[in-house]
Design a protein around this ligand. Structure first.
Ligand code: NAD
Ligand code: UGA
Length: 469
């Protein structure tokens, strides 16, 4: 197969990964033409909006990157056929959600969009291409992609690489500038090695060689799922301990600090919370569990399932503590939510703990007044309606969006902190207290507020893994 120096890249999927990843690649490689394509015309129009505040993804620093590269060597387009055929290298960066139907429902990854992308490449390609799996996929997906691509019958050759993405939302631009590592998996043939080198040389425009790791394709595919499983496992581990802290008067932040100073354990990802959210941890662990079962490894499956069980337990525990404190009845009571996003500095709310906590409180007829600096009203309502717990009219009544945090908290019986947005720290908490129903409760699901100061004002404060004074 002819493997040229890469000059033209096309990425299928203009989402949270495709958009920022390609924007940074274009910024760092001005000699490469990078085109991001998507079936979603509205999203492409947003990426092309002259007002950079309308980009579909909010990430600190992203606007500046897009401003520099867009129109120079970065383009967003719906002309998929032409752009795919024009490229030397095609990234597949489409969504891979948990299957909601058929075999593997609720567990396996839905590879429909990956397969459609592979079929599209097979259909329109008239020259040899390197196809890169950027989406997170189950191990051995490259085999399925290869089967589709090698049956085109039009004489075009393909090399398939696995190049999983490790960026975290909210810090995507920085993660893309300075990744701990870039992982590239490929075939162990001569062409496979050349294809890996071609992709490595693209990254080498801004990432040092020693951080570009090359492995066999299966190790690369599996490492992505394993990395997410290990990260989520740390959060569930500290969250499990938070429940024990609440019973024993140990303080979870002190415990996390004490164990994290052991360099073998490390300090990162030990922040106890209301539970992890995001589009990937849960789906990737479910996928790992499904694959383990598929290979008859039930004990392995149970082990990883425990990480998700603790995460559900943590969300429910948090919601239940609010219900109990408010005398087991939330009817006609306003509960203010600070934050809806699954973490700070993103407008993404997929699988956010806030959704599940709200749903549980709404089951008790609580009225939820939400303020989030970046998540839209429509998105909040879509999130809650998607659960199908009650009809839309009831959801519209019980879930209320507030563009102003003080209005959200006015006349509330309780405040729940669901996202760790920095701005929450600087609120005029005396003013908030004065305008609330007493006793005024704060449930800090992120342990970010100054609890002692709030107690002095008069609040009744409950943190995660903290002594409930
Ligand atoms: P996303 O939903 O934000 O974006 C996916 C995009 O793909 C959508 O815009 C959709 O319209 C488009 N798409 C779907 N099918 C298509 C098709 N056949 N042709 C053209 N476009 C199509 O998803 P995301 O968050 O960017 O995630 C993409 C992948 O990356 C997933 O596998 C995810 O697990 C993985 N990942 C995500 C993150 C993250 O932080 N979000 C980080 C690392 C890896
Ligand atoms: C995560 C991984 O960190 C990325 O490496 C990976 O690429 C990505 O998933 C993916 O595959 O999608 P992301 O979900 O964007 O990134 O954000 P994280 O910073 O990992 O946070 C995930 C969730 O865990 C958030 O709800 C966050 O609030 C929570 N969290 C994180 C904690 O509760 N405690 C912590 O100590 C850290």
């Amino acid at each position: 197969m002819n493997i040229p120096e890469i000059r033209k890249i096309c990425c299928i999927g203009a989402g949270y990964v495709g958009g920022p990843t390609m924007a940074v690649m274009a910024q760092k490689c001005p000699h490469i033409r990078v085109v991001v394509v998507d079936v979603n015309e509205h999203k492409i129009a947003q990426w092309n909006d002259t007002n950079l505040d309308n980009l579909p993804v909010y990430e600190p620093g992203l606007k500046e990157v897009v401003k520099e590269a867009r129109g120079r060597n970065l383009f967003f387009s719906t002309d998929m056929d032409a752009e795919i055929d024009n490229a030397d290298m095609v990234f597949i960066s489409v969504n891979t959600p948990t299957k909601t139907y058929g075999k593997g429902k609720g567990m396996a990854a839905d590879l429909k969009y990956v397969e459609l992308s592979a079929r599209k490449i097979a259909e329109v390609a008239t020259s040899d291409k390197i196809v890169v799996e950027k989406s997170t996929i189950p191990i051995r997906t490259a085999q399925a992609v290869r089967k589709i691509l090698s049956n085109t019958g039009n004489g075009v050759n393909f090399q398939i690489l696995s190049n999983p993405e490790f960026l975290a939302e909210g810090t995507a631009v920085n993660d893309l500038y300075n990744p701990d590592r870039v992982l590239i998996g490929g075939e162990e043939s001569e062409d496979g090695k050349k294809a890996m080198e071609a992709l490595a040389s693209v990254y080498n425009n801004w990432i040092p060689k020693e951080r570009i790791l090359q492995t066999n394709i299966w190790s690369s595919e599996l490492s992505k799922l394993v990395a997410n499983a290990f990260l989520a496992q740390r959060i569930s581990s500290i969250n499990a301990i938070s429940a024990l802290c609440e019973k024993t008067e140990a303080d979870v932040d002190e415990v996390a600090k004490a164990i994290g100073m052991d360099t073998r354990i490390g300090a990162k990802f030990l922040r106890s919370s209301v539970g992890f959210g995001g589009s990937c941890f849960q789906k990737d662990i479910l996928n790992l569990v499904y694959i383990s079962r598929f290979y008859g490894l039930d004990e392995v499956a149970y082990y990883w399932e425990g990480v998700l069980d603790i995460n559900d337990y943590q969300k429910n525990r948090f919601a239940d503590s609010i219900i109990i404190k408010l005398n087991n009845t939330l009817s006609d009571k306003k509960i203010a939510f600070l934050g809806w996003a699954f973490k700070k500095d993103t407008n993404d709310s997929r699988e956010s703990a806030a959704i599940y906590v709200a749903d549980r409180l709404m089951e008790d007829k609580g009225t939820i007044a939400v303020y989030d600096p970046k998540v839209s009203e429509k998105r909040m309502h879509d999130d809650i309606n998607y659960l199908n717990t009650r009809d839309k009219e009831e959801n519209d009544k019980l879930l209320q969006y507030y563009p102003d945090p003080y209005e959200a908290m006015k006349d509330a019986y309780a405040i729940a902190v669901l996202t760790e947005w920095d701005e929450f720290l600087d609120y005029d908490w005396q003013k908030v207290y004065d305008n609330m129903i007493k006793p005024a409760y704060i449930f800090d699901g992120r342990n970010i507020l100054n609890h002692d100061k709030l107690r002095k004002i008069g609040f009744n404060v409950q943190g995660i893994g903290k002594k409930n004074k």
